[in-house]
Design a protein around this ligand. Structure first.
Ligand SMILES: Nc1ncnc2c1ncn2[C@@H]1O[C@H](COP(=O)(O)OP(=O)(O)OP(=O)(O)O)[C@@H](O)[C@H]1O
Ligand SMILES: [Mg+2]
Length: 458
């Protein structure tokens, strides 16, 4: 597997190399061409100036003078007459020069003609300029320049280009190396983090520096890790509480069964112990049923059958059903519900929610207090509120009361027989209905649970 940093680096490298090579080649050939053009132009200009002199006075002295002048420069001159006979040279004519001189010329423009520009293959570059007197063509003036100079210039140019290319390549490689490392580092860290997660190690902490897509991804992975960690923690606590909850009734059952086995027991006593065993088994059964319901809600296999419900009669029948229990404990239960409220809900499940809340109000209030069921419209919602004047819930416990098997005072609830599942179930059912449940409470003053549901108008 090719590493991503290497892949990215190679891609950038190839792209830049291509761009660099093309621009280098372009620049190089441009420089060479302009240098050759310059040489040819100056050669032609020199030829032209000799021509001007020759046209003023075409005599042996001038010719000699021109030859002498060129023998001291890096250019050479050959003057021929119109038939091609050499009149004067600054250097003895060698075979390469001869080849050029032997070419037939026709219609040479007055300002000269380039007769050899191929500096690569030939030893000379050359131009020719015709000279005339009284409009008659008197001969030609050839200018030669040895290509050694140009070649030396070009090979020096090549050396410079090579050096520059190597430097650029070197710095480019370093930059690309660092860049691709920097770009892929967060990806690699995230890959390692997810590998850790998949092995069940949720103690992942990712640097959340950038604000771009990579940063977003890191944030998501971090949230996932935190959630998984929280879930694992919660599951462990949940299992611990379940086994604790199961152990106590089982201890009772086992203890009372041991006693009931004794042969010397009165019938009445045995019946009493068996009754306790029966009660505890009932309680266990109830606990398991509720846990099972919660598990179903988690898996979304919990089905609710929603229907349009007129809230007043629905709540009033619940009120009437549970009023005796409150009267029994000398708690006044009030009912106050607007008559025009309609909502979509599953009546059986929702009765369970109200029942759980009423059960709490009853359990955690003393005699002589007042509890109430209210329903009214607030903003776009229908709110159902259940209040009591009971013992209240400590502020620091409030975030947890909807957790499974959570009880504020473990010993107190054992007496009253609760498992800490009532509110967890209520919240799940309300959630499934698309509503919210909230709580306000103050110690010694009372508690108020409020359920908000969407209203069904029509
Ligand atoms: N109206 C209330 N007044 C005071 N405390 C409350 C009230 N309602 C709930 N609580 C606290 O919140 C805890 C969780 O309530 P929840 O109904 O989930 O469990 P429970 O009543 O203990 O047991 P269960 O409902 O399973 O029989 C309770 O143990 C109690 O401490
Ligand atoms: Mg309860």
């Amino acid at each position: 597997m090719l590493k991503i940093s290497l892949k990215l680096g190679l891609w950038i490298f190839i792209c830049i190399l291509l761009i660099e090579s093309i621009s280098m080649i372009f620049l190089h050939s441009n420089m060479v061409h302009s240098r050759i053009d310059q040489e040819l132009d100056s050669l032609k200009a020199r030829g032209n100036s000799h021509r001007d002199v020759l046209e003023i006075s075409l005599d042996p002295a001038t010719l000699r003078h021109i030859g002498l002048m060129e023998s001291h420069t890096d250019t050479d001159v050959v003057v021929t007459n119109s038939t091609g006979r050499v009149l004067v040279t600054s250097e003895s004519v060698n075979s390469e020069m001869k080849q050029i001189l032997d070419r037939s010329l026709s219609d040479v423009p007055r300002n000269g003609l380039i007769v050899q520009s191929d500096w690569r293959k030939e030893r000379y570059i050359a131009t020719v300029t015709p000279f005339k007197t009284n409009g008659e063509n008197m001969g030609y003036l050839y200018m030669f320049k040895n290509t050694e100079d140009v070649e030396a210039f070009i090979s020096q140019l090549n050396r410079h280009f090579l050096l520059a290319s190597m430097l650029i390549l070197f710095f480019m490689s370093i930059t690309i190396f660092l860049l691709s490392k920097a770009l892929t580092r967060p990806l690699i860290i995230m890959k390692e983090a997810t590998a850790k997660l998949s092995k069940g190690d949720f103690s992942v902490s990712l640097p959340l520096r950038s604000n771009d897509e990579l940063g977003e991804l890191a944030k998501s992975i971090q949230t996932l890790a935190n959630d998984l960690y929280y879930m694992k923690q919660e599951r462990n606590e949940f299992l611990a509480s379940i086994s604790h909850e199961l152990r106590t009734p089982l201890t009772y059952i086992k203890g009372y069964a041991d006693i009931a086995k004794r042969t010397d027991l009165e019938f009445q006593e045995r019946t009493q112990y068996l009754n306790i065993i029966h009660e505890e088994s009932e309680r266990l059964n109830h606990l398991l049923e509720e846990l099972f319901d919660l598990a179903k809600m988690d898996q979304n296999t919990f089905s609710i059958a929603k229907e349009r419900v007129h809230l007043y009669p629905f709540l009033h029948s619940i009120y009437k059903k549970y009023l005796p229990a409150f009267e029994n404990k000398k708690i006044q239960l009030q009912f106050n519900c607007d008559n025009d409220l309609f909502v979509d809900l599953d009546p059986a499940r929702f009765e369970q929610v109200i029942l759980n809340l009423l059960d709490n109000a009853l359990k955690y209030s003393k005699m002589g207090t007042v509890a109430s069921i209210e329903a009214f419209k607030k903003e776009d919602n229908v709110q159902v509120a259940l209040s009591d004047q009971g013992m209240g819930i400590p502020q620091e416990e409030m975030p947890y009361i909807f957790d499974r098997l959570y009880r504020v005072e473990k010993s107190r609830s054992r007496e009253t027989g609760g498992y800490g599942l009532g509110l967890a179930i209520a919240k799940q059912v309300v959630d499934i209905h698309g509503g919210t449940i909230s709580v306000e409470s103050s110690i010694g003053q009372g508690t108020r649970f409020t359920i908000a549901l969407k209203e069904n108008y029509k």
